[in-house]
Design a protein around this ligand. Structure first.
Ligand code: EPU
Length: 386
C-alpha cells in the first residue's frame, strides 16, 4: 500500500472491535529512558511505527544495543552506549530525537544533538530543555544547528518549567535520576506518559516521587538496572477510533484502554451526543443520529489533549450548530481547517481559535495531511464524506 496517498470511499458507518496499541509518545520516552540503565530493559507493548524505529536507530547510532524479541517486545541495553553524538539525518525526523540530549548528558556528561525535527506544529523551541540542563550545572550552546552540552559537576536542582512541557519533563527526569542529590521539578507535565516513564525508571532503581502531579521529586542514584516493563495503551489512538464511530454514526469497542486517561475525550464525545459504556477491558462507543456542537479548549493533561483536537475539528464540521475550538498548545494545528473546507466544512480560523459552523454533508476531495493528527482527522472526515 502506498502510504503517501490514501484513497478513501466514505459514507459507511464504522463498526467492530479494535485493540489499542501501546502509546507512541510513551514508547519514545521509555525507549530512550531504558538506555539510562546498565542492564537490558525489556519493553512490551511497543507500537510498530516509523517514529519508534527512528528512535531505535538513533540509539543504535550512539552504541545502545537494541533487539527485537517478539511482536511488540524489545530489549534496550544502555551498557554499550559509547558515543555522545546524534546525527542530523535521524534527528531531523522527529521531535523526540531531542531526548538523546538528556540521555547523553545524564550518562556521558556530554551531548552533541541536532535541534529536533518532527511534525511542523509551530515554532517548537527547546529553550525550556536548555534552561533545565543549565540548572543542573550543564554548559550548553547552540552551534551550527546542534546543541553542544557538557556537564562537569552535575548537581540536583530545583527547577520551575516555564510552561507544562512533556518533552522538557522527560529530558530533565533522565538527568535527575542519575544526578547526585535531590531534584525538584516544578510545573512538571502531568501526562500519563510521564507517569509511565517514572514508573519504569523506578522499576530500574530510580527514586522518583510525585509523577502525575506538577511537582516531581527525584533522589539521584549512581546507576540503574534492568527490568521488564509493559507500556500504557495509546489514549489518542483510542480517542481517534472512538471519534471514527461518532462521525460515521457507527459503533465500536476499543479494547486495551485505561479509562482515566480517556476522561477528557469521553466527556467531549458524550457532549457531542455519543453513547459510551464501559465494557470488559474496554469501551463501547456508538455515534448519535445528530452530532451536537460544542466548545473545546486544548490544555495540558488532564485537559483536552491537543493531539485529539484535529479529530474533534473533523467531527464538529458535521455537528448541528456552531462550535468553537481554542488551541492553546500548538496553534498551527488549526490550519487543518483549510483542508476540511475543501471537503465542504465551514470553518473560520483566527489565531488560536476556530469557529466551525456545522454542515449536513462533507464531500470527497483531494486533501493534504499537515501532520500526524491532521492526517487522522482527514481520514475520519473522509469516512463520513459522501
Ligand atoms: N515549548 C516551548 N519551549 C520548550 C518546549 C516546549 O516553548 O523548550 C512549548 C511548545 O512549543 C508547546 C508547549 O510548550 O507550545 C508544550 O510543548 P511540549 O514540550 O509539551 O510538547 P512536546 O514534548 O514537543 C509532546 C508530544 C506531542 C504532544 C505534546 C503536547 C512527543 C514525542 N510529542 O510534544 O505529540 O502534542 O507533547 O501534549 O511526546 C503527536 O503525538 O502528534 C504530538 C505532536
Amino acid at each position: 500500500m502506498n502510504l503517501d496517498c490514501l484513497r478513501i470511499q466514505g459514507g459507511k458507518p464504522l463498526y467492530g472491535r479494535i485493540t489499542i496499541s501501546g502509546a507512541k509518545n510513551s514508547a519514545l520516552a521509555l525507549i530512550v529512558g531504558a538506555a539510562l540503565g546498565e542492564e537490558p530493559v525489556v519493553l512490551e507493548n511497543i507500537p510498530d511505527n516509523t517514529d519508534v524505529h527512528v528512535i531505535f536507530d538513533l540509539l543504535r547510532e550512539v552504541g545502545v544495543t537494541v533487539q527485537s524479541l517478539d511482536k511488540g517486545k524489545w530489549s534496550v541495553d544502555g551498557s554499550t552506549l559509547n558515543s555522545s553524538k546524534a546525527s542530523y539525518e535521524l534527528a531531523r525526523k522527529l521531535r523526540a530525537s531531542f531526548y538523546l540530549a538528556g540521555l547523553l548528558l545524564a550518562k556521558r556528561h556530554e551531548a552533541v544533538v541536532p535541534l529536533p525535527g518532527g511534525c511542523f506544529l509551530g515554532p517548537r523551541p527547546v529553550d525550556f530543555h536548555l534552561k533545565g540542563f543549565q540548572a543542573f550545572g550543564a554548559e550548553v550552546a547552540i552551534e551550527h544547528g546542534c546543541m553542544i552540552g557538557k556537564i562537569t559537576k552535575p548537581q540536583g536542582t530545583r527547577f520551575f518549567i516555564n510552561r507544562s512541557s512533556m518533552g522538557t519533563t522527560v529530558n530533565l527526569l533522565y538527568l535527575a535520576v542519575l544526578t547526585p542529590g535531590t531534584t525538584i521539578l516544578e510545573n512538571a507535565a502531568k501526562e500519563p506518559e510521564i507517569v509511565d516513564l517514572a514508573v519504569m525508571l523506578n522499576c530500574m532503581g530510580a527514586k522518583i516521587r510525585g509523577a502525575g502531579t506538577d511537582v516531581i521529586r527525584v533522589q539521584g542514584v549512581k546507576s540503574l538496572h534492568g527490568t521488564d516493563y509493559s507500556i500504557i495503551p495509546d489514549r489518542i489512538e483510542a480517542g481517534t477510533y472512538m471519534a471514527g464511530a461518532v462521525i460515521t454514526g457507527g459503533s465500536i469497542t476499543v479494547e486495551n484502554v485505561i479509562l482515566t486517561h480517556l476522561k477528557p475525550i469521553i466527556a467531549k464525545l458524550k457532549e457531542a451526543g455519543a453513547y459510551i459504556e464501559e465494557v470488559d477491558n474496554g469501551l463501547f462507543v456508538a455515534g448519535p443520529e445528530i452530532i451536537r456542537s460544542l466548545d473545546v479548549k486544548t490544555l495540558p493533561y488532564p485537559g483536552f489533549p491537543t493531539d485529539m483536537q484535529s479529530q474533534m475539528m473533523a467531527l464538529l464540521t458535521l455537528a448541528h450548530g456552531t462550535s468553537i475550538i481554542t488551541e492553546n498548545v500548538f496553534e498551527n494545528r488549526l490550519q487543518l481547517g483549510a483542508e476540511l473546507k475543501r471537503m465542504g466544512g465551514k470553518i473560520k480560523v483566527d489565531g488560536r481559535t476556530a469557529v466551525i459552523q456545522g454542515v449536513e454533508k462533507l464531500y470527497g476531495a483531494s486533501v493534504k495531511a499537515l501532520d500526524l493528527r491532521s492526517g487522522a482527522a482527514l481520514v475520519l472526515a473522509a469516512m463520513a464524506a459522501v
